[in-house]
Design a protein around this ligand. Structure first.
Ligand code: 13P
Length: 263
């Protein structure tokens, strides 16, 4: 993965409660203080952001606090939505946009994803832009076209300078929460093609420096093989991120050889 620093994020989705979110944050933070080889982020549900943030800060762990979603307007009459400034008040440093569950269950379009991404960048947040094909799209040979479209439309009007704050997560929809992981070779192929889209949209430097991470049924048992692929720079972890021990094993699997700390 050249000199790209690995990134591993735990997307807790609509799981945990106040107590278990705190316990999970404590479990992760206890092991990850002063471990700079991998950027680690957790994405708790909105109601637990503040308490998870104070636990992470209290432990002095360099773990980034992320949010699972954000609204594209700065403030106003948008009942139920959450703004970038509110997230920043809670200690959030980066947000997920375009997660497949929001695209496919909530119905978010590429245009909305792009507006959320643009708002987040404008307001100083980092962004993880999620892309990926459905099973039907894979079976009908549309994987590369879908990824290319979601990357191009998601990044519309984003400058090369802003790309330093963007991570792309390739998460094939059919692999999310199903136990069916993309093979390392298939995932590598998709990542390499997404990197080629970045080279075309920007230049070779942006393509070489942007982190592209894989998501979809990553576990400690398959993480090392996936992360060993040259274009896979870490992972976005769902189910396996709800167990601190399992998540920490995945984080360790992303550390560059030589930087791996003992279990
Ligand atoms: P799983 O790891 O549960 O498949 O979820 C992946 C994901 O959607 C992360 O954002």
């Amino acid at each position: 993965m050249l000199n790209r620093k690995p990134f591993v994020g735990g997307n807790w989705k609509m799981n945990t409660d106040l107590l278990s979110a705190g316990a999970l944050a404590r479990g992760i933070a206890a092991e990850l203080v002063d471990r700079p080889a991998v950027d680690v982020a957790v994405f708790p549900p909105f109601p637990y952001l503040l308490s998870v943030n104070s636990i992470l800060r209290e432990r002095g762990a360099g773990i980034m606090l992320g949010a699972q979603d954000v609204y594209q307007k700065p403030n106003g009459a948008f009942t139920g939505e959450v703004s970038t400034e509110m997230l920043k008040d809670c200690g959030v440093k980066c947000v997920l946009v375009g997660h497949s569950e929001r695209r496919h269950l909530i119905g978010e379009s590429d245009d909305i994803v792009n507006r959320k991404l643009a708002r987040s960048l404008e307001d100083g947040l980092g962004v993880v832009l999620c892309v990926g094909e459905t099973l039907d799209q894979r079976q009908t040979g549309q994987t590369d076209a879908v990824n290319e479209r979601q990357v191009r439309l998601g990044l519309a009007d984003v400058s090369a300078a802003e790309m330093t704050r963007v991570i792309i997560a390739y998460e094939p929809v059919w692999a999310i929460g199903t136990g069916h992981t993309a093979s390392p070779a298939d995932a590598q192929d998709a990542h390499q093609k997404i990197r080629a889209v970045l080279a075309d949209l920007y230049d070779g430097e942006v393509a070489a420096s942007t982190r592209i991470i894989y998501g979809g049924s990553v576990k400690s048992a398959n993480a090392a093989e996936l992360f060993a692929q040259p274009d896979i720079d870490g992972g976005l972890i769902g189910g396996a991120s709800l167990d601190a021990v399992e998540f920490l094993k995945i984080v360790r699997a992303a550390a560059p050889a030589g930087a791996r700390h003992p279990a």
